[in-house]
Design a protein around this ligand. Structure first.
Ligand SMILES: *Cc1c(COP(=O)(O)O)cnc(C)c1O
Length: 380
């Protein structure tokens, strides 16, 4: 055991020396994008609860009622006894929202990508991944055993060059990208990616974790590109929808295959009924209140305009600070002014691009957004 603790201790010391050690901080969340840490209340610009739905009375009530009626957990894999009828209701709703034939719900977004990718490609195949794609796309690609080909971020010419050289050697090919990039807030050119995929017979997977609920009246980033054909539309229930869980929307054949082969569905316990009920109630709110879904982007634009930055394309706005300790100091300075803005450091973002990552919510008051913008301006 001693060598194990020596290993862990040395690893931690090395991270500490580079300001890259991370620590959990117990946090309570309240209405109105307010969080409580160490007894102190802060306005959070670091939650992905873009519409405040995790705190919405109807969403909370739906979760509570489902837990009381059906129990706290699913008790088994969906393929055994864990497939509560609420899950198929939810899948029908998600497929309708995304305009696909069918959908499959997973235990989380991370489990969705790590289950979907290895089901569709394997050794002898190739996965082309955007350089800034989310960690769980990389994990899924690694688990698949397919050749991983990284293309430069949102660079269609680079992807085309790589498809030309690498695609002929591969039996099957998948192109995987975030729809909205989680740490940069920019949007993938899904129309051009879709056209390239058609030419090279590659399958396009777009991860819409940060698009659903907040872009195109809640339908997500794919709906910004009506001409794009995106056969694999992945997303999460855990951000704008305020619940927990993940999904893939696609054709009936793809969904049927996932439900019998995706290891993260077959060998993991089903989503708890309360999470499904909360997501269904959240989708009701999204569909009933299109004006609410436009708020997070409007708040982000208010911020970027005040700072003279390029217009925000999504509710996520990065303010690049450079080194990890600079970003940590900026975060601490904002916290002293009542704002929670967590510093994002490598390896979540590339070396030298440590940043404040701001996530705007419908719950933010315009006055607080402007006050934050002025506080950030003073730090740069
Ligand atoms: C958060 C996130 C995920 C993971 O979703 P969870 O439901 O939190 O597991 C996947 N992809 C992207 C782009 C994300 O930001």
């Amino acid at each position: 055991m001693q060598s194990l603790d020596v290993f862990a201790g040395e690893k931690l010391a090395a991270l500490d020396a580079k300001s890259l050690r991370r620590r959990l901080k117990p946090t309570r969340r309240h209405d109105g994008a307010v969080v409580e840490r160490d007894g102190k209340r802060l306005i959070s610009f670091s939650c992905n609860d873009y519409l405040g739905l995790s705190q919405h009375p109807a969403v909370r009530a739906a979760a509570a009622e489902a837990a009381l009626n059906y129990g706290a957990g699913a008790a088994a894999s969906r393929l055994v006894t864990g497939d509560h009828p609420l899950l198929s209701d939810l899948e029908r709703r998600l497929a309708r929202l995304k305009g696909t034939e069918a959908a499959c719900v997973f235990g989380s977004g991370y489990l969705a990508n790590t289950g979907v990718i290895p089901t569709l490609v394997g050794p002898g195949d190739a996965v082309f991944v955007d350089a800034l794609a989310h960690a769980c796309i990389w994990s899924g690609a690694q688990l698949s055993g397919a050749k991983i080909v990284k293309f430069a971020h949102n660079d269609i010419a680079d992807l085309e060059r790589l498809l030309r050289t690498e695609r002929p050697q591969a039996r099957r090919a998948l192109v995987a990208t975030d729809g909205v990039f989680s740490m940069d807030g920019d949007i993938a050119p899904l129309d051009q990616l879709s056209a390239l995929c058609k030419v090279h017979d590659a399958w396009l997977l777009s991860d819409d974790a940060h698009g659903v609920g907040v872009l195109a009246q809640g339908r997500g980033s794919a709906a910004l590109f009506p001409d794009a054909d995106i056969p694999l539309q992945m997303g999460t229930l855990s951000k704008a929808l305020g619940s927990y869980g993940g999904y893939l929307c696609g054709s009936q054949a793809v969904i049927d295959l996932l439900k019998t082969r995706a290891r993260t569905l077959v060998y993991a316990t089903g989503l708890p009924p309360a999470s499904a009920a909360a997501a269904l109630a959240a989708l009701d709110v999204v569909e009933a209140e299109p004006a609410l879904t436009e708020q997070p982007l409007a708040k982000a634009r208010l911020f970027t305009q005040r700072l003279g930055l390029p217009d925000a394309r999504s509710p996520i706005v990065p303010v690049i600070m450079g080194e990890a300790d600079t970003a940590l100091a900026a975060s601490a300075a904002l916290e002293a002014q009542g704002f929670l803005v967590v510093a994002i450091r490598p390896p979540t973002v590339p070396e030298g691009t440590a940043r404040l990552r701001l996530a705007f919510s419908a719950e933010h008051a315009d006055a607080d957004v402007l006050r934050l913008a002025d506080a950030v301006a003073a730090l740069r």
